[in-house]
Design a binder for this molecule. Structure first.
Ligand SMILES: [Zn+2]
Length: 124
């Protein structure tokens, strides 16, 4: 699901569902994996993983962050997180409890390659 950060640093979907409520509802419905996609750069995704883990320590968690929040500049949409920056935060995502890491808007094959490289080192 996609979460937006609120003015009080909480996260909700556009329909007002918190990460904790998502976990309960989706696990009750039989989900094998839960997670968050889009809407946030990787740093904020770390907070979402912590919220998911605060209410469920077993369910596999998938995270697909944007390469930062999009910025419109010179007629183009740009994403500020470099492959190296996303790779560094991937370690924080794993430490927080994420199991599967991908990317959403603004991520490139190089972002994924750098994340994979970092995750392999982390797991050794
Ligand atoms: Zn996206």
């Amino acid at each position: 699901m996609t979460f937006e950060k609120t003015a009080v640093d909480e996260f909700n979907t556009m329909m007002g569902v918190s990460p904790e409520e998502m976990v309960k509802r989706l696990v009750d419905a039989g989900a094998d994996i839960v997670g968050a996609n889009c809407g946030n750069g990787s740093e904020d995704m770390t907070d979402i993983v912590k919220k998911i883990r605060s209410c469920n320590s077993n369910i596999p968690v998938l995270i697909q962050a944007n390469a930062g929040i999009p910025v419109y500049h010179d007629g183009k949409i740009r994403y500020g997180e470099t492959p190296e920056q996303m790779a560094v935060v991937a370690e924080k995502l794993i430490a927080a409890g994420a199991n599967i890491i991908g990317g959403c808007c603004g991520t490139t094959p190089l972002h994924i390659a750098k994340i994979a490289e970092r995750v392999r080192l982390y797991n050794h």
